[in-house]
Ligand binder design. Structure first.
Ligand code: PRP
Ligand code: URA
Length: 208
């Protein structure tokens, strides 16, 4: 299994609060946003830099600025929206694409229903965000949709994964680095991550 686990204490502390069934939607959303911001810090560690010079009040100073086209952040609707603002707090200039994929509750197969990407897809690096990587079907489909439009530098950032989901993404998209806060034990018969955190979309948006 090729996966990077972000085991920073703040991430792990907040993840445990998110998992707690007594955490309501408001707190759930706030914590998910905070964790997304912390994870984004880790996932952007190797962004390319260019040397620049600025004038401090006392004279010129060589420094660095992010190089190349602005990063693209792509939440998988709906639950990925819960991570978007956290990433944007850290990278406010990022462009945002949206991919609509939901999992058929019977077959567990991904169903695609929306895709809107920023311009110049081929020249940008992308981070696909979704709190849950369960069977992996939704993330694999989303990454395919991005690649079909020309993207070739893609990372996947999820909060909680099942081993099955990580393995499927590794198999179908070996070029995509996967970042998670935890890899849990397994999937249950309904495709839910055990112990997981329940249905992320429902907990974010208060639906059932
Ligand atoms: C959830 C979750 C992922 C997907 C993971 O979305 O946000 O997108 O399931 O499952 P998978 O790895 O087995 O594909 P869901 O289908 O519940 O849609 P929603 O976000 O609109 O609630
Ligand atoms: N989607 C969720 O929201 N939770 C799971 O455990 C699996 C898929």
């Amino acid at each position: 299994m090729n996966v990077k686990i972000v085991n920073h204490p703040l991430v792990q502390h907040k993840l445990t609060l998110i998992r707690d069934k007594n955490t309501g939607s408001k707190e759930f959303r706030e914590l998910l946003e905070e964790v997304a911001m912390l994870m984004a810090y880790e996932i952007t560690r190797d962004l390319p830099l260019a040397e620049v010079t600025v004038e401090t009040p006392l004279g010129p100073c060589k420094g660095h600025a992010l190089a190349g086209k602005k990063l693209g952040v792509v939440p998988i609707l709906r639950a990925g929206l819960g991570m978007l603002n956290g990433v944007l707090k850290l990278i406010p200039a990022a462009k945002v694409g949206h991919i609509g994929v939901y999992r058929d509750p019977e077959t567990l197969q991904p169903v695609e229903y929306y895709c809107k990407m920023p311009t110049d897809v081929a020249e940008r690096e992308f981070i696909v965000v979704d709190p849950m990587l369960a069977t992996g079907g939704s993330s694999v489909a989303a990454i395919e949709m991005l690649k079909k439009r020309g993207a070739s530098h893609i990372k996947l950032m999820c909060l909680v994964a099942a081993p099955e989901g990580v393995s499927l993404v590794n198999k179908e998209h070996p070029d995509v680095e996967v970042y998670v806060a935890a890899v849990d034990e397994r999937l249950n018969d309904h495709g839910y991550i055990i112990p997981g955190l329940g249905d992320a979309g429902d907990r974010i948006f208060g639906t059932k």
